[in-house]
Design a binder for this molecule. Structure first.
Ligand code: SF4
Ligand code: SF4
Length: 146
């Protein structure tokens, strides 16, 4: 009896599976042949954080205040800056971040008083060692501008 029951259940499971497959055949394809085709990102997509490039200055507006560094729950940001002149505002010279430990919580973006941080649209971040995930965002921005 158990033998016949297993055959019937197996047959029914096959029919159910085929029913789902046939139904899906007529629906629009939602997968992408990556990497031959690129993804259409949602406007709400959040990539890793980056420095915004302001049109009026042609660069970022980071004043090395350290607010993002203090707000980061993962402690992955280190900002260094200088004061070029006595009365001039501080300017960031290095903005190090370890992407391997960033949780993309967005607290740094929310905290920044100069709105110089934003989410990138990048989704192909990769590296060949743990240290390659430590990036100086200021150097990276300068490289992309040159
Ligand atoms: S997104 Fe969150 S975890 Fe990542 S650097 Fe900003 S504050 Fe830190
Ligand atoms: S990115 Fe914004 S919050 Fe962080 S140090 Fe620069 S100005 Fe301050």
């Amino acid at each position: 009896m158990g033998y016949w029951k297993e055959i019937v259940e197996g047959g029914w499971s096959l029919v159910e599976g085929m029913r789902v497959t046939v139904r899906r055949l007529w629906r629009p394809v939602v997968t992408v042949q990556y990497p031959r085709k690129q993804l259409n990102l949602s406007p709400a997509y959040r990539g890793h954080i980056e420095l915004r490039l302001f049109a009026d200055t042609g660069t970022h507006k980071c004043i090395a205040c350290g607010a993002c560094q203090r707000a980061c729950p993962s402690h992955v940001i280190r900002v260094q800056g200088i004061k070029p002149h006595m009365k001039s505002p501080k300017k960031a010279t290095h903005y190090f971040i370890d992407f391997s430990r960033c949780s993309l919580c967005g607290l740094c973006v929310e905290t920044c008083p100069t709105q110089t941080l934003q989410y990138s649209r990048e989704y192909e971040l990769e590296g060949d060692s743990r240290w390659s995930s430590v990036v100086d965002l200021i150097a990276r921005q300068e490289q992309s501008r040159s």
